[in-house]
Design a protein around this ligand. Structure first.
Ligand code: HPA
Ligand SMILES: [Zn+2]
Length: 345
């Protein structure tokens, strides 16, 4: 099959229909304004926005921090296990519609424990949703606990301690929140401890922060995947290493444009990353805030970057399975499904 010659309509069909894994989704970032208002009412939480429309109108971000301020405020309506379950089920239904067959969900326990919501409440709700996603929607999933990098390493250690009774419910740990001024090496010891515990390791790096943060995420934290990593293109030696070692990058195109990492989608470097041999994937990051779920990200990126063809679409889906934290049998089953969809095109 000549994948580079496939026309636009068929390409759109393939982008939507192909099975894919989502590896970079903050579950708190899937909280749609309508659900924020419904949960606020259910829980008697008062919001500083008068309506769904007013809240949505505030989603005009200038950088990562301007987004995080609103994102943490939105999460304040989550109080009970049922709230976390409802939030995650709403995400899984959207993911199913986009032919996501596997999702690895980030969650931010410190955003909730700081408000007096217990770790157990958070993990109970999310774990229930993951079980229901498999039973009701056929989506497999796992949970990655993120440490907030604007807080101290000591606080990260305390969070890890709280997580220990639920170790079996967590596949790995990540690092998110305000990147600039909070380099990966700030968390060297807590990541070393997580590594000893057999947890998978990932970290946000090179979203707003410099390539040096990608180097230290790899060499100091010893992460297996880089979340975002788009600023790696500024460092050719780093690019060679990422390509040689096939380090997965979980790229989030709509997020990058909304947070002004790129001025427009046509300036996005996804095609460069792929063409230089990096194991890039496409993900939604915080879909309720950035204007779209998985397929919206794929379609917006391919529409803006004409050099991306069906060959890249196939590569992105294959990369998402290869980069996931599942066993080889699951990876090859999804890869076979992917091959089927492309063979039928
Ligand atoms: O894109 C992000 N970057 C850093 N922290 C985050 N927390 C939610 N989304 C993000
Ligand atoms: Zn993110």
């Amino acid at each position: 099959m000549q994948l580079d010659a496939i026309g636009k309509d068929k390409l759109h069909h393939l982008l939507r229909a192909m099975p894919k894994a989502e590896l970079h989704i903050h579950i708190e970032g899937s909280l749609e304004p309508e659900l924020i208002f419904a949960l606020a009412q259910r829980n008697g939480v008062s919001l500083s926005y008068p309506s769904v429309e007013a809240l949505r109108a505030a989603y005009a971000f200038t950088d990562l921090q301007s987004f995080l301020d609103i994102y943490y405020a939105g999460a304040s309506v989550l109080l009970k296990a049922q709230d976390f379950e409802d939030m995650a089920m709403a995400y899984f239904r959207r993911a199913r519609a986009d032919n996501v067959v596997h999702a690895e969900l980030f969650f931010d326990p410190q955003t909730h424990t700081a408000r007096g919501v217990s770790f157990e409440t958070v993990i109970t709700g999310l774990t229930h949703a993951c079980a229901r996603a498999q039973a009701e929607l056929g989506i497999s999933s796992s949970l990655i606990m993120c440490f907030l990098r604007h807080l101290s390493e000591e606080e990260a250690f305390a969070t890890l301690e709280e997580a220990m009774p639920f170790r079996s419910q967590i596949v790995g740990v990540g690092l998110d929140s305000s990147e600039r001024g909070h380099p990966p090496e700030k968390f060297a010891r807590v990541f070393a401890k997580c590594r000893e515990l057999g947890l998978h390791l990932v970290a946000h790096a090179g979203e707003e922060g410099p390539p040096a943060y990608v180097w230290s995420a790899l060499d100091v934290l010893k992460v297996e995947r880089i979340d975002h990593g788009v600023r790696s293109v500024e460092d050719p030696v780093l690019m060679q290493r990422l390509a040689r070692e096939r380090v997965p990058l979980t790229v989030c195109p709509l997020s990058n444009v909304k947070l002004c990492v790129f001025k427009t989608m046509s300036e996005h470097n996804l095609a460069t990353l792929l063409d230089q041999g990096l194991a890039a994937t496409v993900n939604s990051d915080d879909p309720a805030y950035f204007g779209g779920y998985m397929n919206d990200n794929f379609v917006a990126t391919f529409d803006a970057l004409p050099q991306l063809t069906a060959r890249h679409a196939y590569q992105l889906a294959a990369n998402s399975f290869e980069a996931s934290f599942v066993d080889a049998a699951a990876k090859s089953a999804w890869k076979a499904q992917l091959d089927q969809v492309f063979a039928a095109a």
